[in-house]
Design a binder for this molecule. Structure first.
Ligand SMILES: [Zn+2]
Length: 78
């Protein structure tokens, strides 16, 4: 009888350890997913003409300068 109780305890302990490992792996996978899905900070540039800050993806470039729009690039070059 003592052996049965011992093995049941061993099996119970293994079950609890396996469950804890599974929960930790699931939590880590969820954190990785959240980190990948989180929006990145938008990189900003400053218009060389009007000084407004705008997303780098919308920049109009002319040499080393960046502008918020085509009108300001033209205005700065005149
Ligand atoms: Zn501008």
């Amino acid at each position: 009888m003592g052996k049965v109780v011992f093995w049941l305890a061993v099996l119970g302990a293994l079950f609890l350890v396996a469950r804890a490992v599974s929960l930790i792996q699931r939590r880590d996978a969820a954190r990785r997913r959240d980190a990948e899905a989180a929006p990145r900070a938008l990189e900003m540039d400053r218009c060389a003409h009007c000084g407004v800050h705008f997303p780098r993806a919308d920049a109009v470039r002319s040499g080393d300068s960046v502008y918020c729009c085509e009108e300001h690039r033209r205005a700065a070059s005149q």
